[in-house]
Design a binder for this molecule. Sequence first.
Ligand SMILES: [Fe+2]
Length: 227
Amino acid sequence: MFFNDTLSADPQNRALLNFEMRHLEDKYRNQVLTMACTLVSLVDLRDSYTGGHSTRVADYSRRMALELQLSDRDTETVIMAASLHDIGKIGVPEAVLRKPGKLTEEEFEAIKKHPEFGWMVLRGVEGFEEISLLLLHHHERLDGRGYPGGLRGEEIPFGARIITVADSFDAMTTNRPYRKAGSPEAAAKELLRCAGTQFDPVVVEAFMPYLNHTSLNLTDAVGIDTP
Ligand SMILES: [Fe+2]
């Protein structure tokens, strides 16, 4: 037991200990949140072209986590990981990140390193162990053709599968150095088309209420394949 039995047996002492424990937990969570916010600001400063990307991915991920009725703790973890998912891009040369044209194979390989960079930075930080794993796997695909691990289906952490959908939707609906933004309707149809191969169909389905609520016309979208 964490506390001395004699101390915790007294109701007054127990209440005091509980209060102090909650205070310490709140303080710890606040420190973790403050550090997460600082790191997000660093990411957005570095990659100003897609400024706001991390925030939008976090917002979409939060909506899906709520729709999927994840626990408060898991929801918080997913939101933090979504906010930090691209932090490893700090380790990718700026010329590659900002290149307006098509990437060479070598440049693409450099970009593909960012999930591992993010994981390496955060895996040893207390409170960020689980988050670092979601960073590591946010470019995996359900069919095993993603990176860096080539994980399949349920081998991919569920939170990472949520971030993948949010990240892809935002990538398709915002301007990038190499192409113009597509419409939200086209992006939603693409998510549905790739559900079961690239994306987890359960996660895609959990995104649809929000996308439908934002008046997308999805009446002729293709159905969801099951894996
Ligand atoms: Fe990424």
